[in-house]
Design a protein around this ligand. Structure first.
Ligand code: TXA
Ligand code: MG
Length: 324
């Protein structure tokens, strides 16, 4: 960690000068910019390739920074922040006066979280202000979970990449809209609906038409470049047989049939937290395997797999055929 700590003053100087610093969080790597600097925000959106109307998450060093960013924070949101920060939960709250449209996509709300990675927290403490950070990939692509992924995606467009090793959670934070009377989950993640219900004392709703825009919920998001097909476990063998003429990249809970020739076969973790941690690196590996088609065996449908199933459905553009 020592070389990284030596990089901290440089990272802070870059942020203060309006530059971009990629840094690790417990979920995925973020592409950070000074949230209070409009020119830095403009550069962030340009490098990310993201439409200006799509809001970004402001990362905070401590829960008490919240008062600079949000107003009218409901009691249940305070409870969620106290229970899960630092951690993989983003709260969408009414924005405080002076919070720029550049962060919120012009909406009256702002997304905030305190990340649980020692390097992210050290950076935030040294910088002393909010750091706006989308995932450090180009818009719509698979999020990076290592420093090498960030460099592959963004190359020279980022001024510094802080390397904190592979991310522990591996999929993006749970986003909860806490700007209304009751919590609404806008994006599932490791903090589950039952975790939220336990702490908030009310079951969270799923999004409705009136919820704020959350483009991470676009159907075709988090997608590899190769076409990806999500296959129900019951259909797996039939689909594999039918597609075996193609150069396949596959991720399954089983081992490869000895007769099958394929570009790559990944035996996925059977345990949901580990599956999530390895998911984006696995999708990148399949994408790079030279395959024509990625086949992924769908995980179980129960609660611990909600975040993973959400990302897989988006990687497959929401398309989950039921028959081979
Ligand atoms: O785990 C994470 O959340 C990672 C790490 C870096 O913190 N960040 C991340 O950022 O996934 P990004 O920009 O890739 O996704 C943030 C999502 C987007 O879908 C955005 O629309 C939504 O959060 N969001 C941010 N502010 C919002 C707001 N005010 N209202 C509704 N959605 C918001
Ligand atoms: Mg993203």
């Amino acid at each position: 960690m020592s070389d990284v700590q030596e990089n901290l003053p440089q990272a802070v100087a870059i942020l203060r000068g309006g530059g971009l610093v990629a840094f690790p969080t417990e979920t995925v790597y973020g592409l950070g910019a000074d949230a209070a600097n409009p020119a830095a925000m403009a550069r962030l959106y340009a490098v990310k390739g993201r439409p200006r109307a799509h809001p970004v998450i402001v990362h905070l060093g401590r829960i008490d920074w919240l008062r600079d960013w949000a107003r009218d924070v409901p009691e249940f949101a305070h409870k969620l922040a106290l229970a899960f920060w630092p951690g993989p939960l983003t709260l969408v709250l009414k924005r405080a006066e002076g919070v720029a449209d550049a962060l919120t996509g012009g909406q009256d709300t702002v997304g905030v979280r305190v990340p649980a990675h020692p390097l992210a927290l050290a950076l935030l403490a040294a910088f002393g202000g909010g750091i706006a950070a989308p995932s450090a990939n180009r818009f719509g692509r698979v999020s990076p979970t290592t420093a090498a992924h960030v460099r592959e995606d963004l190359g020279g467009d980022v001024d510094l990449v802080l390397d904190g090793g592979p991310c522990a959670v591996g999929i993006e934070s749970t986003i909860v809209d806490a700007s209304g009377a009751a919590p609404v989950i806008l994006r599932p993640g490791q903090v589950s609906a039952s975790d939220i219900e336990r702490v908030a004392g009310v079951a969270p709703a799923m999004p409705s038409g009136s919820a704020p825009r959350s483009p991470g919920t676009l159907a075709a998001h988090y997608a590899p470049r190769r076409p990806l097909r999500l296959v129900r476990a019951a259909d797996w063998e039939a689909v594999l047989r039918r597609q075996s003429g193609k150069r396949l990249g596959t991720m399954s809970f089983r081992s490869a049939p000895p007769s099958l020739r394929c570009a790559d076969w990944i035996r996925a973790a059977a345990e949901p937290e580990r599956y999530a941690r390895e998911l984006y690196a696995n999708l990148r590996r399949l994408d790079a395997s030279g395959c024509e088609l990625i086949l992924v065996e769908a995980p179980p449908g129960d609660a611990p797999w909600t975040g993973v199933n959400d990302r897989l459905a988006r990687a497959a553009s929401g398309d989950m055929p039921s028959a081979p």
